[in-house]
Design a protein around this ligand. Structure first.
Ligand SMILES: [Zn+2]
Length: 273
């Protein structure tokens, strides 16, 4: 009886903490947990991790392709900044320091974004992108992950789970070193920022936001379903790397993108392109 009431109190405390730490994703309006570990702290950890990654692997020497990644990235960055400023949400980008780099690795069909706007493409995805427009599809999606703070959300969820376990364990009179382990785990989170597996919710949200962001930047969003059709054809049968395995099926994704297209096309028309 006593045990039950203590774990109940722990659960209520956790719930209060989670409610207090929730924020809203722009455009989709989904509520998310981002404020237990501060965004500022996570952005700092991510900047370090990004530098470590770039220092440990070769970057592309192809000046044209490097310039394409930076050009498309900067264009979408500016569009997002303008959009969020116009909508009174510029503070979402506090602490951001955007970087767009191209990793020299032809066998990896992937791209990712860390919290704070640290984006990387692998040269292996460029044959599917083909040009600026194709890069804009992937870039919009990756920028969206960063802007919607999916990395922060995932880390906060993990952290809250650990806090919940620890409070529960302490309340039940178990080993108090659990709280210490919790801190170690929290620090450990910083080591695999680039490998964060996004949920389907995050993927669909990044698709929707990405479509809007590329359109505002003046890239025709109707390229997005075409890009995923090329990706689908290129990955015939074999389970491709992370970029694919963590994402929804091609068919689901293409259907959803087509459904979201009319709204994105309005942004595209308004962009004056
Ligand atoms: Zn994604």
């Amino acid at each position: 009886m006593k045990k039950i009431s203590k774990s109940l109190i722990a659960s209520i405390l956790l719930l209060v903490m989670i409610t207090w730490a929730c924020t809203k994703v722009p455009i989709t309006g989904r509520r998310q947990l981002t404020g237990v570990i501060g965004s500022e702290q996570i952005i700092g950890m991510s900047a370090d991790a990004y530098k470590q990654v770039l220092d440990s692997i070769p970057l592309s020497n192809n000046q044209e392709q490097v310039a394409m990644i930076k050009r498309v990235g900067t264009k979408i960055q500016k569009a997002v900044e303008k959009y969020l400023t116009d909508n009174g949400s510029a503070s979402l980008l506090d602490g951001f320091n955007w970087e767009f780099n191209l990793i020299d690795n032809d066998s990896t069909v992937n791209a990712w974004a860390m919290p704070g706007g640290k984006v990387a493409f692998y040269t292996g995805i460029l044959p599917i992108c083909k040009d600026d427009l194709g890069v804009a599809v992937v870039m919009g999606h990756e920028v969206a992950h960063a802007v919607a703070k999916h990395g922060q959300e995932r880390m906060n969820q993990n952290y809250a789970k650990q806090i919940g376990l620890s409070i529960g364990a302490i309340a039940l009179g178990q080993d108090p070193t659990v709280s210490q382990q919790m801190v170690f785990r929290a620090v450990g989170i910083g080591t695999d920022l680039a490998l964060l597996k996004y949920s389907r919710t995050h993927e669909s949200e990044a698709d929707e936001l990405g479509l809007t962001f590329m359109a505002i930047a003046g890239y025709d969003p109707s390229e997005a379903p075409k890009f995923w059709e090329r990706m689908s054809a290129g990955s015939s049968g074999q389970a491709p790397p992370e970029f694919m395995s963590t994402h929804p099926s091609h068919e689901t994704r293409i259907n959803r993108l087509n459904a979201a297209l009319p709204k994105a096309l309005e942004y595209y028309e308004a962009s004056g392109k």
